[in-house]
Design a protein around this ligand. Structure first.
Ligand code: SF4
Ligand code: SF4
Length: 236
């Protein structure tokens, strides 16, 4: 299966697949910006939080202004260009999503924990060149500084699978909640309908309920967000 980060409307043209971290791979990007157009860039809550932090806004506002599908994908303009593509390139380069970092590789995971990579056919007009040096996939990952992104992607993917299983089992009715359980109602309605993607909103409720200070560090905020999601998944 394709990972959510690499999802797009048309199937990705694959040059080769089944690559692992030791597979020889090298690529020189010429920053021509072709690959920031005509795509579907799917994002997870960590990537949204990084991008929102880059812009100095909340994840709530980021989702409303810069995404489609309840926060699942970055917006593209009428000319099919990523909303963050400027004349000089990516305006959020330091916090760009994982799929942008990996390109022209795509990463795959399955529920058994297997990992493999595919090399995508470059965009029409891509000026990048595959180099035949001694590099490997793992070198590409290091150079693109994806370690935290991979940890986040794997942990959110696992939670997503759990939430999908939960939804398949059926959902509790909000009407049955006690009148005094207004925080629970707020949490439930926020988590449903894609609201779980909004890290700031979910963590704010989580902290209010437990009288925790709201975390400023993004990694800490992600851990708390995942705790909040786990509590929601496990509630009776
Ligand atoms: S986030 Fe940046 S790198 Fe990714 S598609 Fe948009 S402009 Fe390109
Ligand atoms: S289209 Fe190719 S050369 Fe141009 S920015 Fe993307 S990867 Fe780099």
């Amino acid at each position: 299966m394709l990972p959510p980060q690499a999802n797009r409307t048309q199937p990705l043209p694959i040059r080769r697949t089944g690559l692992d971290r030791q597979t020889p791979f090298g690529f020189s990007c010429m920053r021509c910006l072709q690959c920031c157009q005509s795509k579907k860039i799917q994002v997870n809550p960590y990537e949204i939080a990084r991008l929102a932090g880059n812009l100095g806004i909340t994840t709530t506002y980021f989702i409303e202004r810069y995404t489609t599908g309840n926060g699942s994908c970055l917006k593209f303009d009428d000319e099919n260009r990523c909303v963050f593509l400027g004349p000089q390139g990516c305006r959020v380069h330091a916090d760009r999503p994982l799929v942008c970092r990996l390109y022209p590789l795509g990463r795959h995971r399955n529920e058994q924990g297997d990992e493999w990579f595919s090399e995508i056919e470059p965009e029409t007009g891509c000026r990048g060149e595959c180099d035949g040096g001694e590099g490997k996939v793992e070198n590409w990952l290091e150079n693109q500084e994806v370690r935290r992104y991979l940890v986040a992607a794997d942990s959110y993917l696992k939670l997503l699978w759990e939430m999908m299983a939960l939804l398949e089992q059926g959902e509790e009715e909000v009407e049955g909640a006690e009148e005094s359980d207004t925080a629970g109602i707020e949490e439930k309605s926020m988590m449903e309908n894609g609201g779980w993607m909004d890290m700031d909103a979910a963590v704010r409720i989580f902290c209010q309920q437990r009288e925790f200070p709201f975390p400023l560090d993004i990694e800490e905020k992600m851990r708390m967000h995942q705790d909040a999601l786990q509590c929601w998944i496990q509630q009776p």
